[in-house]
Ligand binder design. Structure first.
Ligand SMILES: *Cc1c(COP(=O)(O)O)cnc(C)c1O
Length: 436
């Protein structure tokens, strides 16, 4: 059964998270500062301290297309690894867009439409979020304009086609239709783009149009809360409780969505479970970033968010897990990481694709490049259990399929995929222009 509420973890935390700040005044931002960008209902959810928020009937009607999602045991993978560990995965690739992103795209489109908004703007990296929002806008008769990171726009033409099928307009970012994009192109006509740049473009257009608002697919508290349907379902579906939950983190929403309901039970003393986030070696915000106030975008249009960041000017190397190439991290998860509520590790790109291929050949599902990070760590843990004989129960987030990522699999299979070492100087350089 799909749950009837989203779960907000904020009231259950021992210390509340630090607020976003206005970049000019350095005071906490208020609803009026955010109103040009978000509908009031979502602003309310962003700062809510209510433990549960009821999911509207109109949203549940759309969720029913693919929810509840399957919770499966990876028996053939376990056998191939010769591990005594028991591996479960929650599969979000059954949604119309092929990932967990529609879990928040649908309510965001719904609340905007209900408040009279006509146009939603957004950015997309790999195209997962763009296709989810395009799908959701089509459900509620909203116009949708998407800035897609140039590198992905060129590498993944079929994600763009999918957004266009749903009726969205797609611009390669940086684009000449915004001031922020034009400025970047003037300095660097061949810029491959980044999520930070694309966010600047989408925010600029939404801010200038009273009928338009902006939608973000990760990072913010309300997004993480919408994703908790994943963990609530998993709690009800599992026959045994996990010892360890593993998920990949770009902005943190699929990891939070799966883990927060389990963490609620842990904080209440009902469950003993370890949570582990996995990020790419090429974009390691938890493990090598600093915890500081920074902008969410490259041009500096957003409020200042206290988060683990590599610096808003950081442009990650073009790894294929486009959804994990973001300089920052969810402020809520960043705060929780500082509180010691979960662990984080990194994985290299080739180790991840090796895990993805292994998973496809045993379990039959081709994972998106992002969750191969979680699978690589799951496999590493299962092999550690083979050494120790431990019968650990592992739950992992299989947050999307890789049907649009076969060019990346091609590169891996033909031996043309490379790993990117990230020298400390590049991080130091990007951290130079953190807002003081
Ligand atoms: C967007 C995306 C991610 C990264 O975003 P999170 O907010 O960290 O979940 C990971 N996996 C898939 C399949 C995505 O589409």
């Amino acid at each position: 059964m799909t749950p009837s509420n989203w779960y907000n973890i904020v009231p259950d935390l021992p210390v509340p998270p630090p607020p976003p700040l206005h970049p000019g005044t350095r005071q906490p931002v208020g609803p009026d500062d955010l109103a040009p960008l978000f509908p009031m209902e979502l602003i309310g959810q962003e700062v809510s301290t209510e433990r549960y928020v009821a999911i509207p009937r109109e949203v549940l009607d759309v969720y029913r297309l693919w929810r509840p999602t399957p919770l499966l045991r990876a028996r053939r993978l376990e056998k191939a690894l010769g591990t005594p560990a028991r591996i479960y995965y929650k599969y979000e690739g059954v949604s119309p867009a092929g990932s967990h992103k529609p879990n928040t795209a649908v309510p965001q489109a719904y609340y905007n439409a209900r408040e009279g908004v006509r146009l939603l703007t957004t950015e997309t990296g790999a195209g997962q979020w763009g296709s989810a929002l395009a799908f959701a806008c089509a459900q509620f008769d909203l116009e949708c304009r998407i800035w897609m990171v140039r590198a992905s726009y060129d590498q993944k033409p079929y994600r763009r086609s999918l957004m266009q099928v749903y009726g969205a307009t797609v611009h390669a970012s940086p684009s000449t239709v915004t001031g922020a994009g034009s400025k970047i192109l003037a300095d660097d006509p061949d810029s491959p783009g980044s999520l930070g740049i694309a966010i600047s473009e989408a925010v600029e257009v939404a801010g200038a149009n009273p009928d338009a608002r902006y939608a973000l697919g990760s990072v913010l508290n309300h997004v993480l809360m919408h994703q908790t349907v994943i963990g609530e379902e998993a709690l009800a579906q599992l026959e045994e409780m996990p010892d360890l939950i593993i998920g990949c983190t770009g902005g943190g929403s699929n990891f939070a969505g799966l883990t927060f309901p389990f963490l609620r039970e842990k904080l209440a003393g009902n469950l003993d479970v370890t949570l582990r986030a996995v990020e790419p070696e090429a974009c390691p915000s938890f493990t090598r970033g600093v915890y500081a106030y920074d902008f969410g975008d490259t041009a500096g249009f957003t409020p200042l968010l206290k988060m683990h960041t590599l610096g808003h000017g950081f442009v990650p190397d073009p790894i294929h897990a486009g959804g994990l190439r973001y300089h920052g991290m969810s402020p809520l998860l960043s705060h929780m990481y500082e509180l010691g509520l979960f662990e984080a590790v990194t994985k290299s790109q080739t180790e991840c694709f090796e895990a993805g291929v292994r998973f496809a050949r045993t379990e039959g599902i081709v994972p998106a490049p992002e969750p191969t990070h979680a699978l690589a760590e799951t496999i590493a843990e299962a092999l550690r259990c083979r050494e120790s004989g431990e019968e650990k129960v592992i739950l992992t987030a299989l947050c999307g399929h890789g049907h649009f990522d076969l060019a990346a699999y091609d590169r891996y299979l033909s031996g043309r995929m490379r790993d990117y070492a990230l020298p400390q100087e590049r991080i130091d350089e990007a951290l130079h222009d953190l807002p003081g």
